[in-house]
Design a protein around this ligand. Sequence first.
Ligand SMILES: [Cu+2]
Length: 453
Amino acid sequence: MSNRRRFLQAAAGLVGASTVSRLGAAGLPEAPIQTSAATQPPLSPRDGRPYQPVVTLNGWTLPWRMKNGVKEFHLVAEPVVRELAPGMKAHLWGYNGQSPGPTIECVEGDRVRIFVTNRLPEHTTIHWHGVLLPNGMDGVGGLNQPQIKPGKTFVYEFDMIKSGTFMYHPHADEMTQMAMGMMGFLVVHPKNPDFMRVDRDFVFLLSAYDIEPGSYTPRVNTMLDFNLWTWNSRVFPGIDPLVARTNDRVRIRIGNLTMTNHPIHLHGVDFEVTCTDGGWVPKSARWPEVTTDVAVGQMRAIEFVAARPGDWAFHCHKSHHTMNAMGHSVPTMIGVDHRGLVEKINKLVPDYMVMGERGMADMGEMEMPLPDNTLPMMTGQGQFGPIEMGGMFTVFKVRDDIRPGDYRDPGHYRYPKGSVAYEWTGELAPPVRAKAPEADAQTLKVVKPKGHH
Ligand SMILES: [Cu+2]
């Protein structure tokens, strides 16, 4: 190799290291990195077809560049540090500085070119879940393409022939890479911006981690006993509220890439499922719900009019999924009388506390000594006291005075006078208990099947 060629290569290396955008202009689009876990404002399209952008809960949308009519994106698969909630960080794998990766948004009819650079210690690929595309772009390592080795960049290019909500995730060492947080949303907006138009459009992915209290890295071999149930790799109270103005039409798109189903429940409205990862649901095929089960590998978009102002709970209905890291082997102590026991044990173990002899609600206020980098099991403070929730829980906040495009937390709801449940302080009559009628007692006769003793 000549000295001149060596000099040119060194110069090119310098350019690449110092100015990302100049490198982009030379060939590869730049790969923006986002490390904040705050919900970023929607990214309105600068060029290309117009659309109404989505808001990624505690996340962001990946900027693109237009090159000769093709939308170019650059994803970088890499180790990331993600704050799950204030007080706990996790060492995960993700894309462009975060887990989940940035949301990719484009429009039906777009041709997209997605560069994928692998900065992980092992090979990877990306599968575009739900997208109708040529077989060689489907991203199943070994089946459709060679895996992307560490340090290498692959290019995926295809036409978005159908609008809807899709996901992306590796199809290489999936168990490890998805347990480490590698996933993202892919939203294809309809070519007609008035089709299925809403005022607010939120997206988030369900993921789950098994992180031993006091440690940082998920255990990747866990099958079911996960201890952190997350929305966009965040747990309550680290999940931002979803904010809407009274009478806004709202869509919430929820993708599930955990190992179990999640019945997602919203208070204060009835909604319809209007889209799955298979496409839009025709009006005639929808029915009203207040909970929709999102199975593994599914996306459900729910839609409704935010008719009632207030602070409405929004959560997974599996009660263990609204808890943060907990020991699964804690015995149930309801009804067990511990009087005198604590004092005795405290002589041996100074920090010992009795848990749950009247239920577990005290956990919401309990200031137990926790290992470093560990969240309380349930937490979050409301205007009336501890909310006693963790995990997959947040608040849907509807207010009359929210401006279009404003997603900031409006604070606690100010209840109109006399509209909150209150304590009864009058007389209490003794309870009248019903007696079992004689007739019922007679029919309660146990008949043993013949041949049994
Ligand atoms: Cu759940």
